[in-house]
Write a protein that binds this ligand. Structure first.
Ligand SMILES: [Zn+2]
Length: 178
């Protein structure tokens, strides 16, 4: 199962990257445990969930933001700091799973909580979200840029490289392209 931020939707990835970077800077040792999932993987997780073998809720196959590369799960140390991370994510305009019993889960605005969805509308609502999602990141990105990017320094980038070697390059590219 993918746990790399690289597998996320390109429009969504910068926001995920930024949150994880901030968590790293705050010394929370973030570890991304799940990003994009195939339908099969979602199916597997969902069955485990139905069997009572999952610590966190799992959306029915076809309805999870993970299947669209639009969600990531992350654990931090200490565990309680997830709510701080959730607050930060919400400040950036995102939806935090802690609001519906899934504190390790982060997704963009537009996907509703799994229990609120009806089986027959799953696919179409996911498609609707995909179409709505596209214009959002620009606004979010501007906000993020204004708030955070002036604070980035060479030191920060070095830290990012150390803490998050897999994707710091993406961030560096993004910073220099502004
Ligand atoms: Zn999740």
């Amino acid at each position: 199962m993918a746990a790399s931020l690289r597998s996320l939707h390109p429009s969504f990835r910068p926001f995920a990257t930024q949150l994880i970077l901030e968590a790293g800077q705050a010394g929370l040792q973030p570890r991304v445990t799940s990003t994009r999932r195939s339908r099969r993987e979602q199916n597997f997780l969902y069955r485990r969930f139905l069997a009572g073998q999952s610590q966190y809720p799992v959306a029915p196959p076809g309805s999870s933001a993970h299947e669209y590369g639009l969600a990531f799960d992350v654990v931090v140390q200490p565990y309680g700091a997830l709510s701080d991370l959730g607050n930060r994510w919400e400040e950036l305009g995102g939806v935090w799973g802690g609001r519906f019993g899934d504190p390790i889960h982060f997704e963009p605005p537009g996907f509703s909580r799994p229990s609120a969805r009806r089986a027959g509308t799953l696919q179409s609502s996911a498609e609707l979200v995909a179409s709505l999602f596209v214009p959002l990141p620009v606004t979010l990105l501007r906000t993020a840029q204004k708030r955070l990017f002036p604070e980035f320094t060479a030191t920060t980038l070095r830290l990012a490289k150390k803490v998050l070697p897999d994707w710091w390059v993406d961030l560096a590219d993004r910073l220099t392209s502004f």
